[in-house]
Design a protein around this ligand. Structure first.
Ligand SMILES: CC(C)(COP(=O)(O)OP(=O)(O)OC[C@H]1O[C@@H](n2cnc3c(N)ncnc32)[C@H](O)[C@@H]1OP(=O)(O)O)[C@@H](O)C(=O)NCCC(=O)NCCS
Length: 215
């Protein structure tokens, strides 16, 4: 049965053997068990001094999830998807925006468990959320950022037609490093027919939650 108040839970993105479903509370424990050790988390996230780093990392995941829906506004939202390949939970793909109705710009972030990397899944799951963004959400641009040494993330952006869009320097652990920005315009997305084969279902009821007109 469709959710009467939070239709985002019924959104489905599918491409090839991948299915992306908005994350639910029931996904949190399985995700905590799969959290990759090499995934860099927000250094400003709450850490509890009495807990081990391993437990703190998983608590950050829970709080990040609760914040996504708990602070959702049409003007500022973050939609976390669980990614399943052939039914197996393999990672997370997020799509977010601020002042979306005016700026029409989306940001993405993602991770895969180690055994699922390097098989084209990262590119497919980014393509899936871009098809949602440039399709029914009518985005004008998508932006991605990655550390200069994150070759896989940068390669996904390059493969999907993103272009260089500046860089900035930030603290990273105990050093300073360079963050690279990439941007994909709506016209480049449409020209490349890059949404081919992605199926988006259940979005109509969600449009008011994105600040967009429904029927
Ligand atoms: C980033 C990530 C989601 C990419 O997913 P993936 O499934 O591994 O990537 P794909 O297999 O779809 O590969 C996409 C492109 O990246 C390239 N690539 C993948 N891993 C690579 C690596 N380690 N080094 C260099 N290039 C790499 C592929 O060759 C491919 O390029 P091509 O299209 O030119 O052939 C995944 O590697 C990951 O979870 N990394 C850790 C978390 C992370 O860094 N997230 C992003 C934060 S900004």
């Amino acid at each position: 049965m469709a959710h009467p108040y939070w239709p985002l839970f019924d959104l489905r993105l599918t491409v090839d053997e991948l299915e992306l479903r908005p994350m639910t509370e029931a996904d949190q424990l399985p995700l905590a068990g799969l959290l990759p050790e090499d995934l860099e988390l927000d250094p400003d996230a709450t850490r509890y001094p009495g807990l081990s780093e391993a437990v703190n990392r998983r608590v950050i995941g829970f709080q990040h999830y609760w914040k996504s829906y708990g602070s959702w506004r049409p003007e500022r939202w973050r939609l976390p998807f669980c990614v399943r390949a052939g039914g197996e939970l393999v990672g997370v793909q997020e799509l977010e925006a601020g002042d979306f109705a005016a700026l029409r710009t989306v940001y993405s972030s993602s991770y895969l468990i180690g055994s699922a990397r390097g098989r084209g899944i990262g590119r497919q799951m980014r393509r899936a959320v871009l098809a949602l963004a440039f399709g029914p959400l009518a985005a004008e641009a998508a932006v991605s950022s990655a550390w200069q040494d994150n070759h896989a993330s940068l390669a996904v952006s390059r493969a999907l037609g993103y272009l260089p869009n500046g860089e900035s320097r930030h603290r990273r652990d105990d050093r300073v490093d360079t963050m690279l920005y990439r941007r994909l315009s709506r016209s480049d997305w449409l020209a490349g027919d890059r949404g081919a084969g992605v199926h988006v279902a259940g979005v109509e009821a969600c449009l008011p939650y994105f600040g967009l007109e429904g029927d």
